[in-house]
Design a protein around this ligand. Structure first.
Ligand code: PEP
Ligand code: MN
Length: 276
């Protein structure tokens, strides 16, 4: 792909990795887990406890929520960031949360260990330029109708700004299928491994929108070669204020992480680069 000066996989094949807490993202398999939204202090505290017990290494939770309807829960904002930080500190787990507005980049970066750019903002170039200036890693989600080239150009904006700690997150693309919320593009994982040195994360929660599909798709994404997963988990999924149908319980997350780890071990015994 032309014009990708900074994100393209170099000839020497060296890939990016960076440390967040005790995990070396890009080298150690990453488990990001937590609720779609931070709903209350109690909820995120309980979620943090469950995430740590399940074996997750990063806690997620949205404080600023990009919702399709203006009448849906929009997130707690600044107080949500504070609750998430407190939960992360109490359970000694780094936190990730989304920034949706250029004006909030420094506020979010002050609280979060990793800043997330959501699918709806993938091509918000002013936001990308702004997160290019911060000293926190960025997780850049794929826009729901973005090509790989468009997506990688967005990552290029962030690196061009001086921030090299970027990971990509495949979260499903829009197709004609409506049974699932989106269609998980598993082939994107393999393609990105050829195209870029950046770590590739997969979010099967937003990709499928269906709880029962999250584990199978996590296992498939793992075999395809991803560097980690972002999974929605809620202490009481059915009461969640957003994305209730796709959040796992703590117990389900624990079961998923156990089997993904076994799959990573298996993956290490097979050669994914069989054509060379
Ligand atoms: C999220 O992860 O909270 C989210 C809103 O996902 P996406 O941007 O992929 O829709
Ligand atoms: Mn969600």
């Amino acid at each position: 792909m032309k014009g990708l000066k900074l994100v393209a996989l170099p000839e020497n094949g060296i890939r990016t990795s960076f440390k967040v807490g005790s995990v070396e993202i890009g080298k150690d398999f990453l488990f990001i887990a937590g609720p779609c939204s931070v709903e209350s202090e109690e909820q995120i505290m309980e979620a943090a406890k469950l995430a740590v017990e399940a074996g997750a290494n990063i806690l997620r939770g949205g404080a600023f929520k990009p919702r399709t309807s203006p009448y849906s829960f929009q997130g707690l904002g600044r107080i949500g960031l504070k609750y998430l930080r407190e939960a992360g500190d109490l359970y000694n787990i780094p936190i990730i949360t989304e920034v949706v507005d250029t004006r909030d980049v420094y506020l979010v970066a002050e609280y979060a260990d990793i800043v997330q750019i959501g699918a709806r903002n993938m091509q918000n170039f002013t936001l990308l330029t702004e997160v290019g200036k911060i000293d926190k890693p960025v997780l850049l989600k794929r826009g729901m109708n973005a090509t790989l080239e468009e997506w990688l150009n967005c990552a290029e904006y962030i690196l061009k700004g001086g921030n090299e700690n970027v990971m990509l997150c495949e979260r499903g693309i829009r197709t004609y299928e409506t049974f699932t919320r989106n269609t998980l593009d598993l082939s994107a994982i393999t393609a990105l491994k050829e195209l870029t040195h950046l770590p590739v994360i997969v979010d099967p929660s937003h990709a499928t929108g269906r709880r029962e599909m999250i584990k199978p798709m996590s296992l498939a994404a793992t075999i395809a070669g991803c560097d980690g997963l972002e999974i929605e988990m809620h202490p009481n999924p059915k009461d969640a204020l957003s994305d209730a149908d796709q959040q796992l319980t703590g117990k389900q997350l624990k079961d998923l992480i156990k089997d993904v780890k076994r799959t990573v071990d298996f993956r290490n015994t097979i050669n994914l680069n069989y054509i060379s």
